[in-house]
Design a protein around this ligand. Structure first.
Ligand code: GLN
Length: 475
């Protein structure tokens, strides 16, 4: 099977009789088997995917395939798909089956996507290396001694290693963009409110967004426009009609705002720095404008993010009590011990740390000092981000300060791990859209990602600007 980069190429090959959906699904299943050591999948729905593939092949014959016919897709294990298990890579949801389907997933199914399985991730999407899964770490296919990034690590590796064509992840503080950067993919964190969160297992509800991980910008645009748009089930989704980004693409000369503190950051890897500088030079050579801005809040991003997300997580995760679903301790004797033992046994270390941290910042003695203050800082960061974007088309910063790091390198030091989110959390704090695009590789072949951020609901501009960056990188 060829390593397809675009759904349109798959569809062309199906139409010309070169391949068909059943063959494609079979090849992916074989590859998943061959790449078990990467630990990207928690479950593969092989039989069901093959049945669906036969139906879609018929649709091609009768001339009625949907826009995603031929696309085989994996779901991060925090997305509900009716009748299928979902565990957020946690023991606390052992055996739990979804009773409804996430809106984003349903929209893919309605366009004839074939869902092949659910992918490994950090437990409850809390992590930046995929080492916090209850089912073991995911390995980067380019170098299995390195992490794929997190928390959507399995979704990234499934696409990177061509175990499926594309996947869905979720991004609360970088969990789509950072693994995309570490695995050489396109990863979008849509504007908060573009895509329904109905059916996404909540981590921090005012930050979480679902988004696609793909080999091409074209597919990223396609999946986004199919998933976007109003949904009665999620009141935080904008009621603007679903946009048609493909049809409205245009080219132009853009103004890029570069964050001075980011490119001068002492922790910036030499490869990342030189790639960023050479991209800036090419942009100027091609007639674009590059301006620099000071972002005096860089050091406040990660603390603000962790105070607010842990607070929201402590509230969201209180539903995993051992009573309603998932794991219930065998040793529980009464209500109190059902709660404590089920949670103690079911949650992993990082999730427990965050629940406790969140409970602490919300406790009456510390609420004003931490939670309320972080809310105020969030607003300041939001205002500053909007101000910069009112004078530029896009903010340009590397997605990560280093390429993929080694397994175990940061896992014993939570603070070092949290700092891996330095460049990605801004867009979740402010709510605007951001994408990571693969722009280069290090001498040893590790992918490097560049991040572009545009304003709220400016995905059209984000995609147009990304196309231009790609054109420059490929010329
Ligand atoms: N690495 C960040 C965290 O651990 C981001 C996670 C995410 O986006 N889900 O919270």
């Amino acid at each position: 099977m060829s390593n397809y980069r675009r759904i349109s190429d798959i569809q062309a090959d199906i139409r010309s009789g070169k391949t068909n959906c059943v063959q494609l699904v079979k090849s992916y299943i074989a590859r998943i088997e061959e790449n078990k050591h990467l630990n990207a999948f928690l479950e593969v729905w092989a039989e069901e995917a093959l049945e669906k593939a036969a139906v879609i092949d018929q649709k091609f014959k009768s001339g009625t395939p949907g826009h995603l016919a031929g696309a085989v897709i994996a779901l991060k294990d925090n997305l509900a798909y009716k009748g299928h298990k979902v565990s957020a890579a946690s023991n606390i949801l052992q055996g739990f089956e979804s009773v409804f389907t996430a809106t984003a997933v349903q929209r893919l199914l309605d366009e004839d996507a074939i869902i092949l399985g659910r992918t490994n991730c950090d437990e409850f999407a809390m992590g930046a290396s995929n080492e916090n899964s209850a089912f073991g770490p995911v390995r980067n296919a380019i170098d299995p001694e390195r992490v794929p990034g997190g928390s959507s690590g399995g979704s990234a590796v499934a696409v990177q290693a061509h175990l499926v064509h594309a996947s869905l992840g979720s991004d609360t503080g970088g969990s789509i963009r950072q693994p995309a950067a570490f695995c050489g993919l396109f990863g979008l964190k849509p504007t908060y409110g573009l895509i329904s969160r109905w059916g996404l297992l909540a981590y921090a509800s005012s930050f979480d967004q679902i988004g696609p991980l793909t080999h091409s910008l074209e597919d990223n645009i396609l999946l986004t426009e199919i998933m976007a748009g109003p949904d009665e089930q999620d009141a935080t989704v904008s009621d603007r009609p679903a946009p048609q980004y493909h049809a409205n693409q245009s080219a132009g000369k853009y103004t890029f705002a570069v964050m001075r503190q980011a490119i001068e950051h002492p922790g910036l890897d030499a490869n990342v720095k030189s790639e960023t500088e050479s991209l800036i030079k090419s942009l100027i050579d091609q007639g674009h404008t590059v301006t620099y801005f000071d972002f005096e809040y860089l050091d406040y991003l990660v603390p603000t993010y962790y105070v607010l997300t842990t607070a929201e997580a402590s509230s969201n995760l209180s539903r995993y009590s051992g009573l309603l679903y998932g794991h219930r301790s065998q040793h529980a004797k009464d209500l109190e011990s059902t709660f404590t033992l089920s949670r103690s046994e079911g949650f992993g270390e990082e999730v427990k740390r965050r629940i406790m941290l969140g409970t602490f910042v919300l406790s009456s003695d510390y609420y004003d000092a931490y939670y309320s203050k972080a809310q105020k800082v969030r607003r300041i960061i939001q205002n500053k981000t909007r101000e910069v974007l009112s004078g530029a088309d896009a903010i340009l910063i590397p997605t990560t300060s280093t390429p993929a790091f080694k397994l175990g390198e940061k896992s014993k030091d939570p603070i070092a791990m949290y700092l891996a989110d330095l460049f990605t959390v801004q867009a979740n704090i402010a709510g605007n859209c951001a994408i990571s695009i693969p722009v280069a590789k290090t001498a040893t072949g590790l992918p490097l990602g560049m991040q572009l951020m545009c304003g709220d609901f400016e995905e059209q501009k984000l995609f147009d600007v990304s196309s231009e960056i790609l054109r420059i990188c490929n010329s």
